[in-house]
Structures are given as C-alpha cells and as structure tokens.
Design a protein around this ligand. Structure first.
Ligand code: ATP
Length: 372
C-alpha cells in the first residue's frame, strides 16, 4: 500500500475553457479510505480518472508514495480500478474476469483460487463464478467489477460508484464487509460516490467537491459538526441544515424571513459578532428539541423559540416536523414519535453548540456554536 497525494491538480478538457477539476490538493494516508462526494458534474470521476491514468493531468502533480505518476501509463501505476460501467470481458467466465490480473502475473494457481473464493464469498458471488457477464444483472456485474479490483495487490484502489446498482439490503451488508476488508488489508482507497450515506459508511475521510473545487476534506464528523462553508453545510445531512440570514443585534441574532422581516431571535453574548452586521446561520434538524409550551425552561442557556407545527410525519423510526416561526420554516427531526398535531404550538430548544455561523458574503464558517 501507499500514500496518494494530489497537489494543485486541475483538469481542462480539450475545447473547454472551464476547469472541470480546479486546483485540488489532497494527501491520502497509507491505508486510508476516502470518498470523493458531490453532485453530478462536480469533477469526481475526472479526478479519479486522472489518478488512474485514463485522463491527462492539465496541471499539478499526483504522487503514489514519492513517485510522480502524472506521465505513467495506467498499467505502470499499480492501481486497481472498478469502473462505473463495469468493463467486464464478456467471453470470460466471472471466475476468470475476477482472476484476470492475477492470471497475467505470476501468482500460483492455488493462491489465485484462494483469493477468488475469498473475494467472491465476501461479495456473494459464489453461485455466479461459472457464468458469463452478459447473463448477469447490472448489480451482479457491478459486484464482479468490484471483486476484480479488490482481488489484486495494488498501491491504491479506485472505485467509481461501486455500489450504485445494488439493492439497499445487499448494499448495507456489503458496505460493512468491504470496509472491514479494506481496513484489515490497509488498502489506500478512493471511492467516487454521490451518495453521502455510502461516503460516510465506507470512508475514513470525505472530500466534498462542487464545480471542480474541493470544498472540504474531513472526517464525517468534521463535515457534520464543523462544515467549512455554506455549501458543505447544506450538502451534508438529511434533511439538510436549516439556513437563515440573521442581523447582529446587541446580545442577540435577529433571524430574518425571506422578505427580510424579523422572525425570531437567538440570544448571544453582547459583542460576540462585533464588526458584523449580517450573518448566515445554520441549525441541524436533528439538534432541535421540541417541547410543549411551558416545558422549555429546562434548557438553561439554550435558545427557546416558540413555533407552530405546520407538518408532522412519522417515518417509521423518526419524526420530521415542519415548524413555522414567524415567516421562517424549520425542519426538526426527532427519533421518537412527536405527538404535536398540525396547528399546535410548540417550543423549540436549540442548544448553543448546535448553531453554526457563516459569513454572509463568502459563505465561510465563522463559528460552530455560540459562546455560553
Ligand atoms: N471527456 C470529457 N470531455 C469534456 N468534458 C468532460 C469530459 N468528461 C467530463 N467532462 C466535464 O467535466 C465536468 C466534470 O465531470 P465528471 O464526470 O468528472 O463529474 P462527476 O462529478 O464525476 O459527475 P457524475 O457523477 O455525473 O459522473 C462536467 O462538466 C463534465 O461535463
């Protein structure tokens, strides 16, 4: 295994004036699993394909260990890739597709058989080993493609949307197995996905991309608790963070509705945001506590805000409540059945450390949590 280091890597496709990947720098540790996460077109696959050697690097440097690999052919990089389009060999049985890279090397037959069995057991492919790829479903072909990458010894593993075609139960089972396998064997791995649950479940750190730019590279906890900017704050989390504009008053933040009318107030320390007139504030739905009017005083220094229930859905294991506060709308999530019906009055308790503050113009994080 090895480190994988991207330094100021950019990609401009021929005929385009835009950077599909824009000055991306990332130091991936030996044995670390990272996910490239972002919406369609943000530059994830371009980044992965530059590491694999299927796209040229317009500027910047990619290193495996201490070796600059920019100009090496894909076959010289010792990376194993699982392609989004599977790229299986139709005339070869599944067994031989998986073993292909080992058969070309000098691995002994018994060792090849052992490895193929281990990886196909892990990915539930045992009954398919003697079949041919055209006779498999899309999800089965995707697992074969993944097996073909994981069976190899490589400096780095590059997996492009490796589980997008799998049904939810199998995906959850395999995610756990694959993560254990990659961790046990210290496999330096980059996974491309647009699914944040997958990114968070599989990886040690997540690189969030938007419009070719790396927005934040951190642990799942960093992204959730300390988003670097408004993009990450709104992209990570389901449902997304509640975001508002607020004016800084003496000892309070005055939250405005869409028309700019004051909707509610959050107490803060006098002078806490001195020098600023406006801010963006974010509140995660899972951190809002809902109580009946009169029951909120237990919150100590937490913000207590009255609101009206506009919607309330029980989703089987948690409730999503939509609360109107003046002209603002807030989503709260509770892991219990919230009884309050539509039209009833509630008090929201928002812990001070659950209030995220961002610069109104740049969107960059200013503080995660208010001073007590
Ligand atoms: N071969 C190409 N020629 C020209 N432009 C390309 C090429 N491949 C990708 N692009 C452009 O580069 C940008 C980034 O594309 P890329 O495929 O890297 O994004 P992505 O985040 O992986 O998206 P998806 O999840 O849809 O695969 C897009 O605007 C895309 O249109």
């Amino acid at each position: 295994m090895s480190t994988l280091t991207l330094t100021d890597v950019s990609k401009v496709y021929p005929g385009s004036s835009e950077r599909s990947v824009d000055d991306v720098s990332m130091a991936i540790k030996d044995g670390e699993i990272i996910a490239l996460l972002g919406s369609s077109g943000c530059g994830k696959t371009s980044t992965l394909r530059m590491v694999a050697g299927f796209e040229s690097v317009t500027s910047g440097t990619i290193r495996i260990g201490d070796t600059v690999i920019n100009r090496l052919k894909p076959s010289e990089r010792n990376v194993a890739m699982a392609f989004e389009g599977y790229a299986l060999y139709p005339p070869l049985k599944v067994r031989d597709n998986i073993a292909f890279s080992l058969l070309r090397g000098r691995t002994a037959k018994a060792e090849i058989d052992r490895r193929v069995k281990a990886v196909s057991d892990m990915l539930e492919l045992g009954p398919m080993l003697e079949k041919f790829p055209p006779n498999l479903s899309g999800g089965q072909q995707q697992r074969v493609s993944l097996a073909r990458a994981l069976v190899r010894d490589a400096s780095a593993y590059l997996l492009d949307e490796p589980m997008s075609q799998l049904e939810p139960q199998l995906r959850a089972l395999l995610r756990a197995r694959i993560k254990d396998h990659m961790t046990l064997h210290r496999m330096t791995t980059v996974i491309v996905t647009h699914d944040q649950t997958e990114a968070i479940a599989l990886s040690d750190r997540v690189a969030v991309m938007d419009k070719g730019l790396l927005q934040q590279f951190g642990t799942p906890e960093d992204l959730r608790e300390r988003p670097a900017n408004l993009f990450v704050a709104s992209f990570i989390g389901e449902p997304p963070m509640n975001l508002y504009t607020a004016e800084v008053g003496g000892g309070e933040l005055v939250v405005l509705d869409e028309r700019g009318t004051p909707a509610f107030r959050i107490p803060c320390q006098p002078g806490e945001f001195a020098g600023r007139r406006r801010l963006s504030i974010g509140i995660r739905p899972h951190r809002v506590h809902l109580g009946a009017p009169g029951n909120g005083a237990a919150g100590g220094s937490d913000a207590l805000i009255p609101g009206e229930v506009l919607s309330n859905h029980w989703l089987g294991d948690h409730s999503h409540a939509g609360i109107g506060i003046g002209g603002c709308f807030l989503i709260a999530v509770a892991d219990r059945h919230v009884e309050a019906g539509v039209g009833s009055q509630v008090v929201l308790r928002i812990p001070r450390d659950a209030i995220h503050i961002f610069d109104d113009e740049t969107g960059l994080a200013v503080a995660h949590g208010l001073s007590a």
